[in-house]
Design a protein around this ligand. Structure first.
Ligand code: PEP
Ligand code: MG
Length: 577
C-alpha cells in the first residue's frame, strides 16, 4: 500500500530506491516464540553468531597490533573480546532462550539491557562508560545473527540505497561519506541539526522529523525522498513513480547546466565581487570544493576529525589533515574553526564526553570546552599553526560571547606560538584570527570583537537557535525556526554594518548563506562573503550574477525597517522576482 509521510526538508534532490532500516542507540529487534523442538537450534544459532564475532575480533586484534596502529585500538578490541567471552553475554542469553522459548536476538538484547542498567549505577565514570562497549559488542552479535542484513541483489541498477532511521547522530551521518547512500530519512531531528548539515554536505536528499518512518517503513520497501518538499513516499503507485523519475532526470540536467558557472566571476551585475567559500567537515571534501571552483574554505568544522574513533587525533595527525587542505587550496583562504564539540556533536574519546549535560546546547560547548581543556586546545592550535606555513590559513573561534573569552583565547594562541618557536617549527606569524558571531550577546555587543579580532563569521544556525530559544535538534520546535524573524535580520545586518564601519570583514557561514532564496537579501545587507556547502555554491552564484547590489541595498534598507513579520516576508520574496 502506498502512503506519504511529511517531515522537514533538510537537503534537496530526489532519491528513488529501496529502504534499509538502521538502528541507532536503541536496538530494535523482533520478539517471537520458538517451538520446543527448535530451542536447541536457536541456541546453536546464537553460539554460531558469538563464534563469528570472536573470529572478527581476533582479525581486528591482528590489524590493531600492526606497527603504526594506535595502541588504544588494540586495547579497545581487547575489551570487546573480554566482554564477548563474559558468561553474562555469552551464556545467560542461552538460558533465556531455553526458559522463555524466545528468539536469540531478543534474549541477547534483554540481557544487554540488564547489564547496561548495572553499568549505569557504577560511580566510576570510566567504568560506567564501558556500557557503550557492551552495546557495541551486542550490535556485532546481532548483525551476525541477522546474517548479511542488506540484500543488495534486490536493488535494481537505477535504485538508490535509502537509509531509514529513528535518529542519526552527526557522527553516524559523517560515515555515509564513505558509502554510496542515495538519501536518508529520520524520525527525529531539526533542519539545522548537524545531522542535517552533514546531509547537505553529502549532497544527498534527506528529510528529518518524519515521526513514524522507522516503524512504518519495511526493509526493502520502494521509497521516494523528495528532499525539497520534505516528503517520503512509500511504495508509490506507478504514475507517481514515473513522474518522480522524470523530475529526477530534469534536476540532474539543471545541475549539470549549473556547472557552466564554475569558472564565471562571482560578481553582481553592477560589478561588486561576492566571495563564495565552502564549508567542509573532512579533508576529503576538498574534491567537491574544487569541482565547483570555490574561492576558499570559509569554515572547516574540525570536530568531525575527532568523531567515530576510540582515540584523539594527536598533533601530527591534525597537522597533516590541516596541511593537506591548505596545500590543496593553493593559496586561497582556508578558515579552520577550532574544536566545536558539545551540543549535538560528541566525540567519545574527549574527556568529559561521558557527562550528561542538563542542557547540552547551553553547556560546555566549543570555545568553552577548549578553554576548560587547555591541553586539547593547545594541541589543536599548534597543529593549525604549523599547517599555516603551507597556505593561507585563518583561525576561527566558535561560540564566543565574553571579552574575557577572546582575551584568554588570544593568550592561548600566543602560548602555542611560543611553544612552536621553541621547537623551531615554522608557522605564519601573522595568521588572522576571527570569531564566530553566533550568540546574540556577541552580535549585540560587538566592541571587543571588532577591536581584537581580524574577521568575523556569522554562524546563523546557532544565532537563530539562541535568539529564538529553539533547540536546533528538536523537531518539536522546528516550526519556530525562522531566519526571517525581524530580530534575526536585525542582528545580522547590524553585524555586517559594524564590520564595514570598522573595516573588519564579515562572512556568513551558517545555512542561510547557502539558501539561494536569501542570497539577494544578504547582498542587500552588504554581505560580500558567503560560506556554504560546496554543493550549493553554483546555485548561489547563479543568484549573485543576476543581482544588482546597489538596488538591493536600497530595497533591503527599507525592508529592514518593517516590524510586521508577514510584510517583511513578502518583501523578501519580492526581492527574488
Ligand atoms: C552556525 O552555527 O551557523 C555554524 C556555522 O556553526 P555550526 O553549524 O557548526 O554550529
Ligand atoms: Mg555554530
Amino acid at each position: 500500500m502506498s502512503f506519504t509521510l511529511h517531515g522537514l526538508a533538510v537537503s534537496s534532490g530526489i532519491a528513488i530506491g529501496r529502504a534499509h532500516l538502521v538502528s541507532h542507540a536503541t536496538l530494535e529487534v523482533a520478539h517471537y516464540k520458538v517451538r520446543e523442538k527448535s530451542v536447541s537450534a536457536e541456541i546453536e544459532r546464537f553460539e554460531a553468531a558469538v563464534a563469528t564475532v570472536r573470529t572478527e575480533l581476533e582479525a581486528l586484534h591482528g590489524e590493531a597490533s600492526q606497527p603504526g596502529s594506535p595502541s588504544e585500538l588494540a586495547a579497545f578490541v581487547d575489551i570487546h573480546a573480554m566482554l564477548l567471552d563474559d558468561p553474562l553475554l555469552s551464556e545467560l542469553p542461552k538460558e533465556l532462550i531455553r526458559e522463555r522459548r524466545c528468539n536469540a536476538e531478543w534474549a541477547l538484547v534483554q540481557q544487554m539491557e540488564l547489564l547496561v542498567e548495572q553499568f549505569d549505577e557504577i560511580e566510576d565514570s570510566y567504568l560506567r562508560e564501558r556500557k557503550h562497549d557492551v552495546v557495541q559488542v551486542v550490535e556485532r552479535v546481532l548483525k551476525a545473527l541477522m546474517g548479511k542484513a542488506r540484500k543488495v541483489a534486490k536493488r535494481g541498477k537505477d535504485e538508490d540505497l535509502i537509509i531509514v532511521a529513528h535518529d542519526l547522530s552527526p557522527a553516524d551521518t559523517i560515515q555515509f561519506k564513505n558509502l554510496k547512500i542515495g538519501g536518508f530519512v529520520t524520525d527525529l531531528g531539526g533542519a539545522t541539526s548537524h545531522t542535517a548539515i552533514v546531509a547537505r554536505s553529502l549532497a544527498i536528499p534527506a528529510v528529518v522529523g518524519l515521526h513514524h518512518a522507522r516503524p512504518l517503513v519495511r526493509e526493502d520497501d520502494l521509497v521516494i525522498i523528495d528532499g525539497a518538499r520534505g516528503v517520503l513516499i512509500v511504495e508509490p503507485d506507478p504514475r507517481v513513480l514515473e513522474e518522480y523519475r522524470l523530475r529526477k532526470s530534469e534536476l540532474e540536467l539543471e545541475r549539470s547546466k549549473l556547472k557552466r558557472l564554475k569558472t564565471a566571476r562571482s560578481a553582481t551585475l553592477d560589478g561588486e565581487d561576492v566571495a563564495l567559500y565552502a564549508n567542509i567537515e573532512l579533508p576529503q571534501d576538498i574534491e567537491q570544493v574544487k569541482d565547483v571552483g570555490a574561492d576558499g574554505i570559509g569554515l572547516f568544522r574540525t570536530e568531525f576529525l575527532f568523531m567515530n574513533r576510540p582515540d584523539l587525533p594527536d598533533e601530527n595527525e591534525q597537522y597533516e589533515a590541516y596541511k593537506s587542505v591548505a596545500k590543496a587550496m593553493a593559496g586561497r583562504p582556508v578558515t579552520i574553526r577550532t574544536l566545536d564539540i558539545g551540543g549535538d556533536k560528541n566525540a567519545g574519546a574527549l574527556s568529559g564526553s561521558e557527562r550528561q549535560a542538563p542542557n547540552p546546547a547551553l553547556g560546555l560547548r566549543a570555545i568553552r570546552y577548549c578553554l576548560a581543556e587547555p591541553q586539547i586546545f593547545l594541541t589543536q592550535l599548534r597543529a593549525i599553526l604549523r599547517a599555516s606555513h603551507y597556505g593561507k590559513i585563518r583561525l576561527l573561534i566558535p561560540m564566543l560571547a565574553h571579552a574575557s573569552e577572546i582575551e584568554q583565547t588570544l593568550a592561548m594562541i600566543e602560548q602555542a606560538k611560543a611553544q612552536l618557536r621553541e621547537t623551531r617549527h615554522k608557522f605564519d606569524e601573522n595568521i588572522k584570527i576571527g570569531g564566530m558571531i553566533e550568540i546574540p550577546a556577541a552580535a549585540l555587543a560587538l566592541g571587543p570583537f571588532v577591536k581584537r579580532l581580524q574577521f568575523l563569521s556569522l554562524g546563523t544556525n546557532d544565532l537563530i537557535q539562541y535568539t529564538l530559544a529553539i533547540d536546533r535538534t528538536d523537531e518539536a520546535v522546528a516550526h519556530l525556526y525562522d531566519p526571517l524573524h525581524p530580530a534575526i535580520l536585525r542582528l545580522i545586518s547590524q553585524t555586517i554594518a559594524a564590520g564595514a564601519r570598522m573595516d573588519v570583514p564579515v562572512a556568513v557561514c551558517g545555512e542561510m548563506a547557502g539558501d539561494p532564496n536569501l542570497t539577494r537579501l544578504l547582498i542587500g545587507m552588504g554581505l560580500r562573503q558567503f560560506s556554504m556547502h560546496p554543493s550549493l555554491i553554483l546555485e548561489v552564484k547563479q543568484q549573485v550574477v543576476m543581482s544588482d547590489a546597489e538596488q538591493l541595498t536600497m530595497k533591503v534598507g527599507r525592508l529592514l525597517r518593517l516590524d510586521d513579520p508577514e510584510k517583511l516576508r513578502e518583501q523578501v520574496e519580492r526581492l527574488n522576482i
